[in-house]
Ligand binder design. Sequence first.
Ligand SMILES: *[C@@H]1O[C@H](CO)[C@@H](O)[C@H](O)[C@H]1NC(C)=O
Ligand SMILES: *[C@@H]1O[C@H](CO)[C@@H](O)[C@H](O)[C@H]1NC(C)=O
Ligand SMILES: [Zn+2]
Length: 994
Amino acid sequence: MADRCVQLCAPLLLILLSFFFFTGVLTFPLGPDSHRRTTCGYESCHATKPDMLNVHLVPHTHDDVGWLKTVDQYYYGDRNDIQHAGVQYILDSVVDQLLKNPDRRFIYVETAFFYRWWKRQDSSMKQTVQQLVNEGRLEFVNGGWCMSDEATTHYSAVIDQMTMGLRFLNDTFGVCGRPRVAWHIDPFGHAREHASMFAQMGYDGFFFGRLDYQDRYQRMMQKEQELLWRASDSLTPPMADLFTGILPNGYNPPDGFCWDQSCSDPPIRDDPDLEDYNVDDVVKRFLNIASAQSMVYKTNHIIMTMGSDFQYENANLWYKNLDKLIHYVNAQQDLGSRVNVLYSTPSCYLQELHRANLTWALKTDDFFPYADDAHDFWTGYFSSRPALKRYERLSNSNLQTCNQLEVLGGPTSTNGPFGKGDSQTMKKAMAVAQHHDAVSGTEKQHVANDYARRLATGWQHCQVLVSNGLAVLSGSTAQRFYCDYLNISVCPLTESSKKFSVNVYNPLGRPVTWPVRLPVNGTAYAVSDAAGTSVDCQVLPLSKDTHNVRRSRGFAVNELVFEVQAPPLGFSTYSVSLLQDGPLAASTQPRTPTAIQNKFLKVTFDPDTGLLSSFSNLETTQTIKLTQNFYWYNASDGNNSESIQPSGAYIFRPNSSTPFLISSTAKTEFIQTSVVQEVRQWFSPWVSQVVRLYAHSRTLELEWTVGPLPIHDDLGKEVITRIDTSIESSEIFYTDSNGREVLQRKKDFRPTWHLKQSEPIAGNYYPINSRAYIKDDVDQLTVVTDRSQGGSSIHNGSLEIMLHRRLLYDDVRGVAEPLNETSAIFPEGLVVRGRLLLSLDRPASAADKHRPLAQEMVLQPLLTFTDGDLHPDAKLEFSGLQAALPPAVHLLTLTQWDAQSVLLRLEHQFQSWESDVNSKPVTVNLQKLFSSLEVLGVSELNLSANQWKDEMKRFEWTPQNEVKPQLKASGGRSVWEVTLKPMEIRTFLLRVRL
Ligand SMILES: *[C@@H]1O[C@H](CO)[C@@H](O)[C@H](O)[C@H]1NC(C)=O
Ligand SMILES: *[C@@H]1O[C@H](CO)[C@@H](O)[C@H](O)[C@H]1NC(C)=O
Ligand SMILES: [Zn+2]
């Protein structure tokens, strides 16, 4: 009893003293005695003991930027009936508790929340927090606006959301606000491209919680839960090398040590005079866990995540018990214990791993797919909520246009003839939408609606900006109309106007040719381009399926179709006038053509089935057999002898490996015009497709319309399109990672461990963000998608893509809702429409086509409309560039940074091995880039624009069996000459004059 009291009293006294010390200082922050050093970052880490096992306790909270509640409901702690969670209280409480003991540490991750909190604090609280940050007691980790999903996001939107969060931290806290560690503790599988981006953003290391259970077991046995991820096959090491640590228990505390108000583990009861004294038991259990954990990691340092979802709302509970835990465990050292426990952060832990000076296993593939048990593959969310996934992708395109016009249109774009517009609202909406329960489709329905509503509001703000910007550049203040429903042929202006113009804005750095389809009611139109030259146009009858999807939202009977061209980073304006009114005499033929073809491509059809039968590239004289059809997997309902796991928002679990054919034949209609040829295929009341070939296109378009998926048979359905070809792909296929580098996939195979396959379909699904392909020695079939989707190749020569899912059971991963989407317009189930672009090429040159094609799908032209005659002085064509960028270069970002400067990202869009022509370094001159912007100065930044490139210094790590890579500086010939090597992205802040 007595010696326990001695042990207890001394630290209590210290805690009390420090409490008074800090309270005093904070009341007079500028007083003469408050001289404070700035010791954030690695310097602020607590000392460790080299001859002991050091246990780094990391107090943290995992705050989803929307999931069961919307982001703002989570912030305020609203709707606690759904889930008890309030981020504002967490931050209030943590700051309070950090002040009570300078040893305590906390990390904060999601800047979307921190920003909401910060802007409501008074200046004395802001000073207090700044102090905590400066002393490394409150440390930002990851620091993006959200913790993005890794399977369904596109790199361009991820870079933007990281840039926004990290910029806020740098603007607010300066260098002490810069996170050193990337922290993706919850995303459901990990993309190689994310690791590559994090490396280029300057992070020293990366930690995550979820990986395949078989992979984890093997890594535990081999002590390879900490490794060096070489995340690019093209960038020179160590540019894309990222030290990666797998956390011991997801992101939760060890069993029995959760002291949040939401937990029920016993507190440390350390008063020997009271009942249930348990210090000895707690210490013993803790030492056992620490010792077990140290067996599966390499160094004498281990990490424990002391927190979980929305924890620390009443931080006193956690900290009071952690203070005691540290005290009592370390007190055992006097009795010979070799375990040292300390408050820590991921970066302090990382620093110790770095100091260990070991070599680390090298990994070059990725962490997909993720399974947490034999029948529990998290591959459903690759396709969940396909409409939200498309809307998010389209919103990114619109946002990039909005950003560009803010630069090109100058100050008038945000305050001009159409009022005040801004890009900020949409930037935030897009940033929130990257969260791992947002675009992933794993949120509750009301939260999905909230994400979509935010994007729509953002786009309204951008529309004003875009109208102002185009008014500046065209010299015309005619009102601009936006038609957001062109995919279902709804556009009030074109449906009724007799004369209108179409402005085609192209956000790409090279010219684009693009098909335009407008809902109209006339039968003949004249279209002329910016030079007044007439353009071939055709009027087609609206399809029955478009009528069905459109419902009462429009009244066009026809579609006007023509191909437009738009210059790089600019626009071209087309004039349309009605020549003849009245309904169209039907020009569709109720039959299947034997073939459709243009100068470049030919596809044939089987006249008996109405299905595609072959695909030819006429330029390269390649032909493959190709059939394509629609199927559905019958979702497991949980009633199954092997496992009770049902298919749901996260998990894909078909009841059988053989999908049901929806129909072996398609009813067809054929339309042949000089602009486009269409074969409209009708498979069932809920599946139809248009096979389209435009006159000047080198790709075949498959426009699919799927839904409402019938559920009257009580069966959940997961609909795929499957392309079966004569290509000898032998169970190998390729998918992109976040829209950038392509990875090879092989059925029932993982590159780094021996897979015991337990789900022959779901266990072979991978995320497709923008493209997938199969190939053999002579032929490559590439499919470019318009959104993220899951896909696989289950048979030789086959590629399948999941289009839509409708499920009747929750999959028990927390969302607690079946994925059963309906809406006011589609009460009987959502209908989804999308496009796939198919291209057949020689493998050696396929990338030359699919790289630019995928970028055209991602950054598509924006059409705006004006009614009536154009003003005679209006400028009909504009390009913001002096010349098109070289084919290898992609203009990734052009956005206003502050009044004098713009942020520019240029990207080499080819991998080093993929093209004879384009996989070479290219040089661009920044001063000769823009036509309307004078570039006065340039500074280079890291990828996330929160660190100057010349100050960027990362930890160096040594891979096993290799020498430590040395990064050589890549310099251009002058400051204006910028050389890009394959897959390189370079980020610049340009000082400009308009
Ligand atoms: C790290 O290890 C290497 C050899 O394994 C050694 O040459 C080097 O001096 C060590 N560095 C430090 C800082 O201990
Ligand atoms: C970050 O903030 C610091 C301090 O305000 C500033 O000096 C620095 O230029 C900023 N860095 C970047 C990349 O903007
Ligand atoms: Zn989460």
